[in-house]
Design a protein around this ligand. Structure first.
Ligand code: BGC
Length: 361
């Protein structure tokens, strides 16, 4: 049963609001054992969504939290940037984490442990969302310093292999991660009026066009010719490449032919085994958001219907729906380990609101 969209939009705003801690951080999921932290990636999309639906105060609180987190990493960022500028090797355990406690603390993981925590995309997505939030406003001193720190960190480190959007393949570069970094550097360059960050963003995009395209479509990474649904970000929302660009059109075509489940939900990539590699609500909403901007109303409405049809009665949106797995044998092991897939997942709701909001890209 699908609920009317206004009910789901209200439910989405409520889930995101209730998942925002007093600190301003957005929890990834309030009740899934592994997701009680604040990821910069998830949080940045929640802030974008809250801005898009007129909840600017919520977005402002998130950005203040993220600004403080980055300022708290000042010394570590200086060390890493100095080492990379000297040409030294920097161990992944020295790099900033992808997620923090809701109070903005590190989790106390072993610094030598290169576990999925080293991911660069969240810092780029944060900068992108921050610029959207600020509009034409000038940054205050704390914001300027945090933007400068995050952008310097990304400019120095984007050539390092790190874990991807899905916290996997830590020994590779990833097109979607590079896109988030380029988008973040572009945003930082504009916020601070700094040409060097804009130039670095252009260099990254030249690399993406040179190394991350196979047969006329963007691929998961320089070493991985598969398509990944997160490649949508190149166009929506980052606008690094236009929605009408033949490369984007071919990438979306691959997503639609290779990653869409029999009933219309979008999976992450072929070969995914996390909870069966099932269709994700946020990816289906992301495709719908992109298609809506591209003027494909039929595709947008089909994606919206799938997402709305898979929301729970209470309006909650899960991470993924495990009744259409690409790898049926790998559903039960995850459920036995951690319980059913996260529900609600805040950034599923964020992507739904972005799809449904009037704001372009
Ligand atoms: C996903 C990440 C996400 C995290 C928290 C992971 O399973 O792969 O993209 O940031 O969950 O939602």
């Amino acid at each position: 049963m699908s609920a009317p969209s206004t009910v789901l939009a209200d439910a989405s705003i409520r889930v995101i609001s209730e998942g925002q801690a007093p600190s301003g951080a957005y929890v990834a999921s309030p009740n899934f054992s592994q997701y009680g932290f604040a990821w910069l990636r998830d949080g940045a999309y929640c802030a974008l969504a809250m801005d898009a639906v007129g909840e600017q105060e919520s977005a402002a609180r998130f950005h203040r939290w993220a600004t403080d987190v980055v300022l708290g990493e000042r010394d570590q960022i200086s060390r890493v940037v100095a080492a990379l500028d000297r040409g030294d090797e920097v161990a992944p355990g020295m790099m900033l984490p992808t997620r923090y406690t809701l109070d903005g603390e590190r989790e106390g993981v072993d610094p030598d442990d290169a576990w999925p925590n080293f991911q660069l995309d969240g810092y780029g997505t944060w900068l992108f969302a921050l610029e959207r939030h600020m509009g034409d406003a000038s940054p205050d001193d704390a914001t300027s310093e945090a933007v400068e720190l995050a952008a310097s960190y990304l400019a120095a480190s984007w050539r390092m292999p790190c874990y991807d959007y899905w916290e996997e393949f830590g020994d590779r570069l990833h097109t979607s991660t590079l896109a988030a970094i380029a988008a973040g550097l572009r945003a930082a360059g504009r916020i601070l009026g700094r040409g060097a960050f804009l130039e670095e963003a252009a260099t990254i995009m030249e690399f993406v066009h040179r190394e991350c395209v196979v047969d006329g479509a963007f691929v998961k990474g320089p070493d991985d010719p598969r398509v990944d649904a997160s490649l949508l970000s190149l166009a929506t929302p980052f606008q690094l490449v236009g929605v009408e660009d033949p490369l984007v059109r071919a990438t979306v075509q691959r997503i639609r032919s290779e990653l869409v489940s029999p009933t219309g939900g979008v999976r992450r990539y072929v070969g995914d085994t996390y909870f069966g590699g099932s269709p994700w609500l946020l990816l289906t909403a992301w495709l719908g958001w992109h298609l809506r901007i591209a003027g494909d109303d039929e595709g947008y409405l089909a994606a919206r219907a799938w997402v709305e049809g898979h929301a729970g009665q209470s309006g909650w949106m899960a991470e993924q729906i495990t009744d259409e797995p690409q790898d049926p044998a790998s559903v039960a092991p995850w459920v036995e380990r951690w319980g059913a897939a996260a529900n609600p997942l805040l950034w599923s709701h964020a992507k739904y609101l972005l799809m449904e909001s009037e704001v372009p890209a």
